[in-house]
Design a protein around this ligand. Structure first.
Ligand SMILES: [Zn+2]
Length: 204
């Protein structure tokens, strides 16, 4: 999603990315393992999720038996800080293990974006990347792609509107009001490298 110039998040089957330039909107990453789950609140930066768990020790919310289950299975010793991805992933998740994977390449592509220049077109370009395996061909194929841009828009109020806001209790209280705008593009077919992203109408 792109919240105004603030947050950019994208979903492509197993790939989710998020970029937030100002801490004005709270975003959550939710990851599951069977009936167990963990959630992390994201206030700033970007996030790529490609084919695996990415929540580590920064858990803000989790299912009641998440840690106990990991301990019982021998995935966590109960002494070190609990690491969700390390405990619940089938494969190792150290930086060395992830080097060159779709996860690390997608993360690098997001991190090199400049905040002021990052927009929906930049997100589409990332989805068309082949070097890091983001656009997948072969045994596993990218079946469809989507980019959403969600903006929080602040609008200065005219004097009479500010009076109305104070009477009704609406707005943000500093002579401005906020509203959310959203745009969505989908390919609707495989391979964003040769498929056009078409803007879709969606109820907001
Ligand atoms: Zn491709």
């Amino acid at each position: 999603m792109i919240f105004g110039v603030h947050i950019i998040e994208h979903t492509l089957t197993q790939l989710i990315t998020l970029h937030e330039f100002q801490p004005v909107i709270c975003s959550w990453i939710l990851e599951t393992a069977g009936r167990h789950w963990a959630a992390e609140r994201i206030l700033l930066g970007s996030r790529n999720i490609s084919n695996g768990l990415t929540i580590r020790t920064g858990i803000d919310l989790c299912s009641a038996s998440l840690k106990q289950h990991a301990k019982e299975r021998g995935w966590w010793d109960g002494k070190q800080v609990f690491d969700f991805a390390a405990s619940y992933s089938a494969e190792p998740v150290t930086a060395a293990d992830l080097e060159g994977t779709r996860q690390s390449c997608g993360t690098a592509l997001l991190e090199k974006q400049e905040a002021g220049a990052f927009d929906a077109n930049a997100m589409m370009a990332i989805l068309r990347d082949h070097e890091g395996g983001i656009c997948m061909h072969g045994g596993f194929e990218t079946t469809a792609s989507m980019v959403s841009e969600i903006r929080r828009v602040r609008q200065r109020l005219r004097k009479q509107d500010e009076g109305e806001r104070q009477e009704t209790g609406g707005g943000v209280g500093d002579g401005a009001k906020e509203h959310i705008t959203a745009k969505h593009w989908m390919t609707g077919k495989p391979h964003p490298c040769w498929s056009e992203f078409i803007e879709q109408d969606m109820p907001s």
